[in-house]
Write a protein that binds this ligand. Structure first.
Ligand code: ADP
Ligand code: MG
Length: 470
């Protein structure tokens, strides 16, 4: 059997046990370069992936290869780019060596360019450096847990192999889970070596684009965004429905990607779930690597709190850290909010931190966030905003998939969060029967509780965020 075929069969087996994002991340552009006396050399595109495969996936790879080859194998991982003519295993083809050297030359020339001077105004606030990056958002103070290790590793890989490891890198996950932190950490790290960086949010991109078109500066706009080595764009979900901007973005994207300029994007949901974004953009977003950040577990929450407390010179005991971590369910921003409040109250009153004093503050906090989230109407509004559909469509009778899903989610949230009765939910949802509500609730509930569907969990967390914040 040719190596290519052996590897493909093994990958087929490995793929089953991993999420799609994970699989693409770690196995894209891998191949077998030799098999001799049971020794298999697996080539990977960079050292980061090598380490990761050795540490995390070695067992999967070994057993898959042994199944295919019907013999015991000894695997050696090696960093090597695919030679020209070689088949690519996952995703797009790698560059052949002439292309690689051309790109390297281009990069050398580009590196001699003057640093970019943004011609179009970019807003700044106190914490931001000249790139608009917050200097607090660095890799060093980012706590890695199961919820974010994939995204973290991908970001690190991007920094080490700008434009080469994964392009684009698409990070998604619910509100307050560290996407912006990671995105800016990439920027801060890369800014140590080059000025050719651009960080923006999709909202700023849109505003700047509109402004540029109105003031006849479309060309400057194009030049600004297309002449960088690293383009970071936060919260691309807000580009939904803005067709002119999407078109411009599409061209910018293509030009950067073709020149092997690194693009990193964040979003509150997976590319496929983005509403009102052109299909061709979605397929671009998926063409590199997609990594998600999930909700932190207890351990990670405690580590984050501990670290933040130390940064603020306000160390807390394990009991207190535990108490705080338990009181916040899914969101790291909220966790920080509570910590800040605890610090402030104790410093102002100049009292020692005790379980009692902390519990008092916590009960206020919890009561506040709960009373804010109490109406069915708000759930409906938040669901409509999240999926970008009208109120009328949500409670209407169309059976289109893009409406049925949000409807079921809305029902689930009303039941789960607000304990609304099934008949009342039916009433709120345009006079539906209570059995419909029950059916929808059970369906989503199964997704979450039995199938552990992270995507659904995150969608719901993001929606809840919309109505607790409004
Ligand atoms: P998002 O962009 O996903 O909404 P942010 O990146 O703004 O979330 O994160 C919210 C806050 O939580 C930030 O202050 C960030 O520093 C902090 N944070 C999130 N994840 C981590 C982490 N793993 N380690 C340390 N701080 C974190
Ligand atoms: Mg963010």
């Amino acid at each position: 059997m040719p190596y290519e075929q052996i590897w493909q069969s093994a990958l087929g087996e490995i793929e089953i046990s991993l999420s799609r994002a994970n699989f693409i991340t770690w196995f894209k552009n891998t191949f077998i370069s030799s098999i001799e006396n049971g020794q298999v050399i697996v080539c990977v595109p960079n050292a980061f992936i090598k380490k990761w495969l050795e540490e995390k996936y070695h067992k999967n790879i070994q057993s898959a290869l042994e199944n295919v080859l019907k013999q015991k194998v000894n695997i050696i991982y090696k960093v090597e780019l695919q030679k020209s003519g070689g088949q690519t295993v996952v995703g797009e083809p790698t560059k052949n060596s002439t292309e690689v050297s051309q790109i390297e030359n281009q990069q050398k020339t580009l590196n001699n360019f003057e640093p970019l001077k943004p011609t179009i105004s970019q807003q700044k606030n106190g914490n931001e450096n000249k790139f608009g990056l917050n200097s607090r958002y660095v890799f060093e103070n980012f706590i890695v847990g199961k919820n974010n290790e994939l995204a973290y590793a991908a970001c690190r890989a991007v920094v080490n192999n700008l434009g080469k490891a994964y392009n684009p890198l698409f990070i998604y996950g619910g509100v307050g889970l560290g996407k912006t932190h990671l995105l800016q950490a990439i920027g801060n790290e890369v800014s140590k070596k080059t000025d050719r960086i651009l960080y923006t949010t999709s909202e700023k991109f849109t505003n700047n684009y509109i402004q540029a078109v109105h003031s006849g500066k479309a060309k400057e706009f194009k030049n600004l965004y297309r002449n960088v080595d690293l383009f970071l764009i936060d919260d691309v979900q807000f580009m939904g429905g803005k067709d002119g901007t999407q078109q411009e973005f599409f061209h910018t994207f293509n030009e950067l990607q073709q020149g092997d300029k690194q693009i990193v994007l964040t979003s509150d949901r997976a590319p496929k779930s983005l509403p009102a974004i052109e299909a061709r953009l979605i397929s671009r977003f998926e063409s590199g690597m997609v990594a998600d950040v999930g909700r932190p577990d207890m351990e990670t929450k405690i580590a984050i709190l501990e670290n933040k407390a130390l940064e603020k010179n306000f160390p807390l005991s394990q009991e207190i850290l535990n108490l705080l971590a338990k009181s916040v369910q899914n969101n790291i921003r909220e966790l920080e909010g509570i910590l800040n409040k605890i610090i402030a109250v104790h410093q102002i009153k100049n009292i020692p931190v005790t379980e009692k004093s902390v519990k008092e503050i916590l009960s206020d906090f919890v009561a506040n966030t709960q009373t804010k989230s109490m109406s069915n109407k708000e759930v409906i509004d938040a669901v409509c905003r999240f999926y970008d559909i009208s109120n009328k469509d949500l409670i209407g009778s169309s059976r289109k998939k893009e409406l049925v899903w949000p409807r079921q989610i809305a029902i689930y949230i009303m039941r789960e969060e607000l304990r609304t009765s099934y008949p009342s939910i039916g009433h709120e949802m345009g006079g539906r029967d209570h059995t419909t509500a029950m059916h929808a609730y059970n369906k989503i509930s199964r997704e979450i509780k039995e199938n552990e569907n992270e995507k659904v969990k995150q969608e719901i967390a993001s929606i809840k965020q919309l109505f607790t914040n409004s």
